[in-house]
Ligand binder design. Structure first.
Ligand code: ATP
Ligand code: MG
Length: 365
């Protein structure tokens, strides 16, 4: 019998097999032990859409509890424009409170009209003895949603730096944010960057990690993928966790007698591309201006990373782009890079984000 589809192509769904991230887990273990025995160096996890921030925080929660400490996982939802910082602090307090697996009483401070910073300090001080643990880990996911009240992140920093919080409690905060979101906090409140110095950038899985995730996820399901399929999954997704889960899930659904071969590739790939287009690529692509899109197409059609001079040559010689402002290609490339549509290699060459996105670009210009 074929088992249900084991892939988890959904934002926030924990993968059946959690691949890679060994450095991050090691750093977290070390930070946790330091926090339990001496002092807390609060952390931040930074990465793009679908790269596995939520899954990593959930992994940290499990590790924390395995060690016998308590953890609260707190998803931060989008805050309305013009909300006050008190409203944002209340939301965070509520999430922290609900996230602990203990019946804790509502803290007195919540009922008083206090300045948000005083309120949050009181909350942490009152909550601590009730938790009855050696360490309490607070995992705040999607803090970029606090962008419209960014001062709250600075407030969090100020509260966690307070003498009484440091001496009377043992909390370890781990924040997760999108790359752009975190940059905007640092730009607006520079002490934030200095305070959350333990920064973990997460990126794509390596070829070996991708391979291992696919093989282990398929174990005991009654379905196997040909080696060629696994190679293609890596080639197109470059190990992007969400993309690989989605593609593998459609391929799994296409099995014939428990086997997935290159015969099943194309329909599954097209469905994946359509879904990624709707969910994500469309909004990414629309960040590019019309001129930038022309440059992007050159990169989408290229098999490898290209130097600027080659992009320029293709524009002039192959595309006959007579009216194209070739002198500006450098600017277009840097802007595409800042907007997250292209990658820049160490040698300065440019490459499209990944080949699946390249396919999307080719079919939408
Ligand atoms: N380490 C991993 N190994 C295998 N699959 C993973 C891993 N991390 C995440 N995934 C899968 O990738 C997808 C995205 O994961 P997750 O929701 O954690 O990312 P995110 O960065 O929080 O995304 P979002 O930007 O949507 O909040 C999910 O389908 C998840 O199951
Ligand atoms: Mg997430």
């Amino acid at each position: 019998m074929i088992k249900p589809n084991p892939f988890t192509p959904q934002s926030g769904w924990e993968p059946k097999i959690f691949g890679g991230r060994e450095d991050q887990v090691q750093h977290f273990l070390k930070t946790m032990e330091e926090a339990a025995t001496s002092r807390s160096n609060h952390m931040v996890i930074i990465g793009q859409w679908g790269i596995g921030k939520t899954s990593l925080l959930k992994q940290f929660k499990k590790i924390t509890q395995e060690q016998g400490y308590l953890a609260s996982f707190c998803p931060i939802s989008q805050i309305k424009e013009r909300s006050s910082s008190t409203a944002a602090v209340n939301l965070i307090m509520q999430e922290i409170h609900n996230g602990f697996p203990k019946a804790v009483k509502e803290t007195k401070s919540a009922k008083q009209k206090l300045q948000p910073q005083v309120l949050f300090t009181q909350f942490l001080l009152e909550l601590w003895p009730q938790l009855d643990t050696r360490l309490a880990v607070v995992l705040l996911d999607d803090v970029q949603n606090l962008a419209s009240v960014s001062v709250v992140i600075d407030l969090l920093r100020a509260v966690l730096s307070k003498e009484e919080v440091i001496t009377q409690t043992r909390y370890l905060f781990v924040l997760a944010s999108t790359t752009d979101g975190w940059e905007s906090f640092i730009n607006k409140h520079d002490p934030v960057g200095r305070f959350f110095r333990r920064r973990e950038m997460i990126g794509n899985l390596t070829p070996e990690e991708t391979h291992a995730v696919i093989i282990s996820t398929l174990q005991d399901t009654g379905v196997s993928f040909d080696q060629a399929i696994i190679k293609e999954i890596y080639h197109y997704t470059q190990g992007h966790p969400y993309e690989l889960q989605l593609l593998a899930s459609h391929l799994f659904a296409a099995q014939l007698q428990g086997k997935v071969t290159m015969n099943e590739w194309l329909p599954a790939f097209k469905t994946t591309l359509r879904e990624l287009g709707k969910d994500y690529f469309q909004s990414l692509f629309e960040r590019a201006s019309d001129r930038e899109k022309e440059v992007l197409l050159v990169l989408a059609e290229a098999k490898a990373a290209l130097p600027q001079s080659e992009i320029r040559r293709i524009m002039i010689v192959e595309k006959h782009a007579k009216n194209f402002p070739v002198a500006n290609i450098k600017n277009f490339l840097y802007r595409l890079h800042d907007k997250g549509l292209v990658k820049r290699q160490d040698n300065g060459n440019f490459q499209i984000l990944d080949p699946i996105f390249g396919e999307y670009v080719k079919s939408n210009i």
